[in-house]
Design a protein around this ligand. Structure first.
Ligand code: CTP
Ligand code: MG
Length: 583
């Protein structure tokens, strides 16, 4: 319930629709409740005395009311749909914004597949909940109270006779809803699990083929699928015993009405019309109740979804601008400094992955970070654009502690080529211009040339307008890397970070990329991450990272002379000539 309360503000912009919806619903209830009274009149004042006029006029009135009721019902549907769709749209937009604002830390925690479910099925479940609440959810209690009052008005003694049965039915329905909610909640969890498995499986379909693990994946899916089906069956089994029981209550009620009411009609204390009207009120009271029990599914799903959507909103972005944070001054020379930096991932149990990092570099320099896999290279460079906050120590750009400036102004100065080259679906041109959408074709070409991508792009039938599939699926690893280098070069960043960005291109192309980049590097600070020593040979300063610690630093020459670790890496990679080639 608490989870639902958080979502109430989303109704506010649509309160006019919601109110109209409730108003039409009330009208509908009144119209529906009038019908049994009219039937009573047809019987008592028309049929029995043989008064044709009353029969005709009452029938005409009933027809009119039915038409009116249909119109009002259409209105109610439209208004509730408008409300539900509006709430869903706003909720999706806010969720999307929230996720866009997530820091890397949040994204490590929230699983992609589940975030997608939050934005789609969960929002849908809440939409249904909104719509249902504005229809049957409100109508049922109104019908129930209204019918009960009219039953009492028609014949208090008969209503009293029915009291035990009504109590039993209410109890049954109470039990039903009470037991149903947790059952449906489990079904929801199983559905969630099924979604996760499915998302992972489809994302990893290629991998599963490569390792011939299709059987294993099918098994995993089967288990989740069966689990979901089994729980659904359990719910349905419960429902299928409960529903006939409720129907039995209704029928028993009808028997009581006909029996007790019939006796009273024979005695003359009750008219035939009253007995029939009473029976009809019994139906108008019970039917919506039974319909409500079928809604417990929507309720459970809606509640579960509200809770989970709430969790996304309750996860504040880990990295946030300080109140009153200033923009990084534009004219500041983009030096980089780290002092006593320690860093840990919240997800990894809190052990430090970087210890006591200290480094400094100035514009025009290339700072290289060399280290084995898992040494902490990516973690280190992710601290520069403040993708994560340090656990201790400071990172300074242009002498400013980056925690004191706005993220936007900081990131505007930095371009990063991530370790995993990621492209968006669209054209090559759009992908390269991602960081500067108004770039001219000449600028785009220049960036592509520097990244040694121009040649292969030009060779494509549609050149720069060639289509890029989602995630860049129609390009090779090396092509993707070069496109993402071009993307980073285009805005002429003050600080350029390359995270092992040439790992998939050959050494010769890598050298050409480095030479081309050197031409424009006079005022730029370049940070190059690599496992391959050939990537870092020309750097002004090389930092050797080992288990999150700086093991050695200096230029290639200095390190070769002074650092046994560096010497060892050098010998193993280049000692016998070019890597992969036997001397
Ligand atoms: N790590 C983690 N959570 C992440 C990313 C990394 O716990 N979201 C851990 C890894 O398990 C690893 C350490 O942090 O032990 C350093 O990882 P990383 O900086 O990514 O290592 P790299 O040096 O970049 O390794 P590679 O060359 O393989 O990219
Ligand atoms: Mg890495």
């Amino acid at each position: 319930m608490d989870a639902l309360r958080r979502l109430f503000p989303y109704l506010r912009p649509y309160r006019a629709y919601a109110l109209l919806s409730l108003a039409t619903l009330t009208a509908l209830v009144f119209l529906d409740l009038a019908i049994p009274r009219l039937i009573q009149r047809i019987i008592d004042d028309g049929i029995r005395p043989g008064n044709q006029d009353v029969v005709l006029s009452t029938a005409a009135l009933m027809l009119l009311i039915s038409l009116l009721s249909a119109g009002v019902a259409i209105g109610n549907n439209l208004f509730s749909v408008r409300t539900g769709e509006g709430v869903a749209r706003d909720l999706r937009a806010d969720l999307f914004d929230r996720i866009q604002g997530f820091s890397f830390g949040n994204l490590d925690r929230q699983r992609t597949g589940l975030l997608m479910v939050r934005l789609t099925s969960d929002v849908n479940a809440l939409k249904h909940l909104t719509q249902i609440s504005l229809r049957i959810g409100t109508r049922a209690p109104m019908m129930m109270v209204g019918s009960l009052l009219l039953m009492i008005q028609t014949s208090p003694p008969l209503a009293l006779t029915l009291l035990p049965l009504l109590t039993v039915t209410s109890l049954l329905i109470g039990i039903f809803i009470f037991r149903m909610e947790p059952l449906f909640r489990v079904v929801q969890q199983k559905l969630d699990r099924l979604n996760t498995v499915l998302q992972e499986n489809i994302a990893g379909a290629r991998l599963a083929r490569g390792f011939s693990r299709a059987d294993f994946e099918i098994g995993k899916f089967d288990a989740a699928n069966r689990d979901f089906a089994n729980h659904s069956i359990r719910v349905m089994r419960f429902m299928s015993t409960m529903q006939p029981l409720l129907a039995l209550c209704v029928n028993a009620g009808m028997v009581v009405v006909i029996w007790a009411g019939g006796l009273q009609a024979i005695e003359g204390t009750l008219s035939l019309g009253q007995v029939v009207a009473f029976g009809n009120y019994l139906l108008t009271m019970m039917t919506p109740l039974i319909m409500m029990t079928m809604l417990s599914n929507t309720w459970a799903a809606g509640l579960a979804s509200a809770r989970r959507v709430g969790e996304v909103f309750a996860d504040p972005p880990e990295v946030q601008d300080l109140p009153g944070a200033r923009a990084l001054p534009e004219d500041l020379s983009p030096t980089l400094e780290m002092n006593n930096v320690r860093f840990a991932y919240a997800s990894a149990g809190g052990d430090d992955v970087l210890h006591d990092i200290a480094l400094a570099a100035t514009p025009g320099q290339t700072l290289a970070i060399l280290g084995a896999t898992g040494a902490g290279k990516t973690s280190l460079i992710n601290l520069i654009p403040r993708f994560y906050d340090t656990r201790a120590g400071t990172v300074r750009v242009g002498g400013e502690d980056i925690r004191t400036v706005t993220q936007r102004s900081l990131r505007k100065r930095i371009a990063i080529v991530p370790q995993e080259a990621l492209l968006f679906s669209g054209t090559i041109r759009e992908n390269i211009a991602y960081g500067k959408p108004d770039a001219s074709l000449a600028e785009i070409e220049a960036a592509a040339r520097a990244a040694q991508a121009h040649d292969f792009i030009s060779a494509l039938p549609e050149g720069y307008d060639s289509h890029v599939e989602a995630r860049g699926a129609n390009f090779s690893g090396g092509q993707k890397q070069r496109l993402s280098i071009a993307r980073a070069l285009l805005p002429h960043p003050d600080i350029l970070i390359l995270d092992d960005s040439t790992s998939a291109v050959d050494v010769e192309t890598e050298t050409r990329i480095q030479d081309a980049m050197a031409l424009s590097a006079a005022s730029r600070l370049t940070v190059v991450v690599a496992q391959r020593i050939s990537t870092v040979l020309k750097a002004d300063q090389i930092i050797v990272l080992e288990h999150g610690q700086i093991a050695a630093r200096g230029s290639h020459r200095e390190l070769l002379a002074s650092s046994p670790i560096y010497r060892e890496i050098y010998d193993s990679q280049l000692g016998g000539g070019l890597p992969g080639v036997r001397a």
